[in-house]
Design a protein around this ligand. Structure first.
Ligand code: PLP
Length: 355
């Protein structure tokens, strides 16, 4: 039976049916271009090998990840899991127990608050502040105790689309005691174009106590394959990699991810499409007078003039799936994934109709 600590993912297309209407899924931040063609080719190539076990400890995949990072991270600095969310779960199981605490900042990705409860740990919310959803660094400093083991931050953030400027990450790390591991979720990093956007990589290279969460579900278009990874110091990564169940990842998802990593062209096309369509949506939303926040990711948070659940239901009648955000700490907002132009136009037309 689902509990309040479960992570509730977005609905699938099969769960909504509106007779005769085309459904546009703008609720799960998937890639509107589908999957990387190199990933698809890798899948076909490796299909015949599924009767054999994959390499132990995902060695080939971790070696390819190291190559992808130009060798600045060693294969032993990667933790490979069957999704980004499984990585978050593993970190929580590895570092939290009934006597420890973690901190997250709302609006937030719900796993950070729900999963710690499964191991009996306390999850403390220090909300983001202001129009730009900045980190409340003093608030975080005050919330840290001797029991705090993990601090979750997300940049670009789901669901706000905001990001944490480099100066704030620097300041945060300067006040963070050694016993707190910073979990830096960067699964939407490909879409960020702000000049002062920073990933976790430079901090991991400076030997700061940071672990970076990544996923192949978003820009690479492999949400259905379920594959993700994190990188950290060798000490943290080796500990977590050994904590996993053996052969957690399957051959096909790893080969698809290896193919996708080599597909710069596909990522460039994806990012160009999202940036172009984001401008289109901003223009149209401004014209309609919808309240929304500028985004560094592939989705836009909006505040409709009806409850998010009513908005979701009205949009489904028009064939559009959106995500209501009460479960993300944004009780009066919805999140809309930026789609291909046809989907974005359909969304705007539906919005005009229901407003
Ligand atoms: C911020 C954030 N982190 C992690 C994930 C997990 O992605 P996945 O489990 O599909 O790899 C998501 C997915 O929505 C996300 O939005």
């Amino acid at each position: 039976m689902p509990t309040s600590t479960s992570y509730k993912g977005g609905k699938s297309k099969d769960e909504v049916s509106v007779s005769g209407k085309k459904i546009y899924k703008m609720s799960s931040n998937e890639n509107p271009l589908g999957a990387s063609p190199r990933a698809m080719a890798a899948l076909k190539k490796h299909l015949s090998s599924i009767s054999e076990y994959p390499p132990p400890m995902d060695y080939r995949f971790r070696a390819k990840l190291s190559e992808y990072y130009n060798g600045v991270l060693s294969p032993d600095q990667f933790v490979t899991t069957n999704s980004g969310v499984a990585n978050i779960d593993l970190i929580i199981r590895g570092f939290l127990d009934a006597n420890s605490e973690c901190i997250y900042c709302s609006p937030y990705f719900s796993a950070y608050a729900g999963f710690p409860k499964k191991v009996g740990a306390k999850a403390i919310n220090v909300p983001l502040v202001g129009e730009k959803f900045d980190l409340d660094i003093r608030g975080i400093e005050n919330a840290i105790t001797e029991k705090t083991s993990l601090l979750f931050i997300t940049s670009p953030n789901n669901p706000t689309g905001s990001y944490i400027p480099k100066s704030q990450v620097d300041e945060l790390l300067s006040i963070l005691p050694e016993h707190v591991l910073l979990v830096f979720d960067e699964v939407y990093y490909q879409y960020a174009d702000a000049e002062d956007y920073v990933r976790a990589l430079p901090y991991v290279l400076e030997h700061k106590n940071v672990i970076a969460i990544n996923s192949f579900s978003k820009a690479y278009g492999l949400a259905g394959m379920r594959i993700g990874y994190s990188y950290a110091s060798e000490e943290v990564a080796t500990y977590l990699q050994k904590l996993r169940i053996p052969f957690m990842l399957n051959t096909l998802s790893m080969e698809a991810a290896i193919g996708a990593m080599q597909d710069n062209e596909f990522i460039e096309q994806t990012v160009a499409l999202i940036h172009k369509e984001k401008k289109f949506l901003y223009q149209e939303l401004d014209a309609i007078g919808m309240e929304y926040w500028k985004t560094q990711a592939n989705f836009i948070m909006m505040r409709p003039q009806m409850t998010p659940v009513q908005f979701e239901a009205r949009m489904i009648e028009e064939g559009i799936m959106v995500r209501p955000l009460p479960g993300f700490g944004a009780p009066d907002c919805v999140r809309v994934t930026i789609g291909a132009h046809e989907a974005n136009e359909a969304f705007i037309n539906a919005l005009k109709k229901i407003s």
